[in-house]
Design a protein around this ligand. Structure first.
Ligand SMILES: NC(=O)c1ccc[n+]([C@@H]2O[C@H](COP(=O)([O-])OP(=O)(O)OC[C@H]3O[C@@H](n4cnc5c(N)ncnc54)[C@H](OP(=O)(O)O)[C@@H]3O)[C@@H](O)[C@H]2O)c1
Length: 180
C-alpha cells in the first residue's frame, strides 16, 4: 500500500491562502534558491497527485501551462470541470474516499496530497493521510483559507524531522502515530 503525503505551506496561524485565494504572502519565500524546501525529493517519490477542485482552479487561473504533466493528477469535485484532459488530469466526482483508497492500493509510488484544506479534512476524517510535511512560513495572516477547516476528528502525529531553510521557512515532517 502506497502512502498519501500532504506537502503544503502554512502561515504560522494555520492558513494556506488569503481568503480570496491569493498566495502573495508565500511567493517571497519561494524565490528560486538552491534549496527547494524538499519539493524535489517529494516529486521523486510520487507518481500521483490529488487536490481539491478549488486548488485545481487556482492553479489553472495562475499558470499558463499545467505544471504536473509528468504525474497523474486526480481532482476531487462534485462535478467534472476538467480543462486539462491531455495533461494526465482526471476528476473523481463520486465514491471519493473509496476511489482514493483504490489509488493507494494501485499506485506504483507514493501520492502527493496538494490540498486544500477541505480535502485535507475529508482525508483526515477517513484516516487516509500517512505523512504530513508542513512548511511553516513566518507570517501571520489573521484570516484566510484554513489548513484544517471544519473540525477534523482527533488524530495524533509524530515529528520525524525538522528543517530550517535560508528562506526562513521551517519544514516539519510528521508521521501518523500508529497508536492513534
Ligand atoms: N499554501 C499552500 O501550499 C496551498 C496548497 C494547496 C492549496 N492552497 C490554496 O487553498 C485554497 C483552496 O483550499 P480549499 O480548502 O478552499 O479548497 P480545496 O480543498 O482545494 O477544494 C474544495 C473543493 O473540493 C471538492 N470537495 C471537497 N470535499 C468533497 C467531497 N466530499 N465530495 C466531492 N467533492 C469534494 C469540492 O469541489 P466542487 O465545489 O467542485 O464540488 C470543494 O469545493 C486555494 O486558494 C489554494 O490556492 C494553498
Amino acid at each position: 500500500m502506497k502512502k498519501i503525503k500532504l506537502y503544503i505551506a502554512s502561515s504560522l496561524d494555520g492558513y494556506i491562502a488569503h481568503s480570496d485565494g491569493a498566495l502573495d504572502w508565500l511567493s517571497d519565500f519561494l524565490k528560486p534558491s538552491k534549496n527547494r524546501h524538499g519539493y524535489d525529493e517529494l516529486m521523486d517519490a510520487i507518481d500521483t497527485i490529488i487536490m481539491g477542485s478549488k486548488t485545481y482552479h487556482e492553479i489553472i487561473e495562475s499558470n499558463f501551462d499545467w505544471p504536473y504533466k509528468t504525474k497523474t493528477t486526480y481532482v476531487i469535485s462534485h462535478r467534472n470541470t476538467n480543462l486539462n484532459e491531455n495533461d494526465n488530469v482526471n476528476f473523481i466526482t463520486e465514491n471519493i474516499t473509496e476511489n482514493i483508497e483504490k489509488l493507494k492500493r494501485e499506485s506504483k509510488s507514493d501520492i502527493w496530497l496538494v490540498g486544500g484544506g477541505q480535502l485535507i479534512t475529508l482525508l483526515l476524517n477517513h484516516d487516509l493521510i500517512d505523512e504530513m510535511q508542513i512548511c511553516y512560513v513566518p507570517a501571520i495572516l489573521g484570516e484566510g483559507v484554513p489548513l484544517f477547516p471544519n473540525k477534523p476528528k482527533e488524530s495524533k502525529w509524530e515529528i520525524v524531522k525538522t528543517q530550517i531553510y535560508d528562506s526562513g521557512m521551517m519544514k516539519v515532517d510528521y508521521n501518523k502515530d500508529k497508536l492513534s
